[in-house]
Design a protein around this ligand. Sequence first.
Ligand code: ADP
Ligand code: MG
Length: 521
Amino acid sequence: MGKYIGIDLGTTFSCMAYIDDSGQPVIIPNREGKNITPSTVLFDGKNTIVGEEAKNQSILEPANFEQFIKRHMGERDYMFSTVDGEKYSPEAISAIILAKMKADAEEYLGDSVDGAVITVPAYFNEAQRKSTMDAGTIAGLNVIAIINEPTAAALAFGISKGNDKQQTIMVYDLGGGTFDVTILRFDKENIIVLSTAGDRKLGGYDFDERIINAVIEDALDKGLNIQADDIARQDLQLKAEEAKKTLSAREKANIVLNSGGKPYKYTLTREKFVDLIEPLLFKTVGSMETACDEAGVEYSDLDKILLVGGSTRMPLVRESIEEETGITPSSEVHPDEAVAIGAAFHVLDVIKCEKEKVVRGETSDKKVANATIPEVKKQYTFTDVTSHGIGIVVSNRNNEEINSVILPKNTQVPAAYTGQYTTTVPYQESLKIQVTQGEEEDLRYVTVIGTADIEIAPREKIVEIEVSISCDENSIIHVRVYDLDLQRDLGEIYIERVANLNEEEIRQSQQRISKLDISGE
Ligand code: ADP
Ligand code: MG
């Protein structure tokens, strides 16, 4: 009988955990003995190297090296190309990382990994969630649920440190490539997400980029073109990150490079660093305000600000939060491990629900029948919210196409909302449903996530139609259409997703990835 684990598939680092027989969370180290694995892949001839060693060797073959793939999840057109012209989708690259993690976990546990909960940023849209599940499938993982990272961190906090008091908490998660801020309410047994905001393209990587640009500029003044030197540029990437980390503990850090045979040194002081990243910190403050506004709470209503993510080790981040809110942020959870631990706790919940389903005579599609679950100190049920508005494209009175939101942003899931519309012309035979994601009416600011064509019985008149959009526990969208005139339920509509791999592509990817020789060294 195998094990079930929680996986934090991070932009820069990934982490795994499980709950042992005594109900305690345990971090699963990788084969290199580290608790976190860089989410990096290097295609080195016949070998596919994942993690620390890929990062270390990246300087030799920058063009065969992929990092931050999570930033491309859900992008249909993004492909990573190796120098030899091999192409990999974001799902395939993520699957390579997951395959190594699964193998490392199986070695550590001495048992098979029969299922996993994988985490995603709260604001990941539907396509990105689906891509994450597909990556798991490609890696040969049985993905039993997807859960939002801040909710996982809150679960980890609640189960290990929680009491029965009602508390309002902000989870501030600043990682390597993404920023999430989430407001949650805890009571004895429930965690309710009130709102979530953030920035998909903001994290430690951007701080590194600011340092890199400053160094490149300074070097140019001294007659060195680092940008044109691939190897020096990759070396700078690693050294800029190191310098940033050094600054978390010291007042200054040196970056020493070698470009075109000439040595070069740059001294980064804390003061200079503040100038470089202040505009980015302002952005995080903006997201904190938005999250509070949308939750209907003031900073003074917050009982705690929980810090998650490697970048919250930066004193500047802590200071900017304290300055803005007047609250000293808490470090009660481990910034690198809390999310994976929360995912591991969530495994127990999913298995329990599935077993209850079986007892009720319903079918369970999660293959958890043989799983045993330990008793844990505390249990919570949680309610998450939708991170985007979901709607459809309709024509307004002036016959212009606009977005009509049906399921608003920050609605607690699972949820179903309906919108009433009409056909546009008499004798209309079909409806083209374009499902959108976004809050604006203007289609330039929303994304069409899927389409469906459905037939309706043509009539002489304009017909009233009802569209119901629901969002399940994994934030996957379902659409139903009703013909109100004929009182007919047209059923759940199959939506053709525009951003994701189709089943055949997933199968092909699976075959390809299973043939790769994936290692950490
Ligand atoms: P993600 O969730 O995006 O994978 P993590 O939460 O693992 O990211 O955070 C990784 C980021 O944290 C990286 O950008 C890394 O440089 C940064 N980081 C880690 N330790 C420190 C530190 N001591 N000081 C500053 N930044 C750090
Ligand atoms: Mg993270």
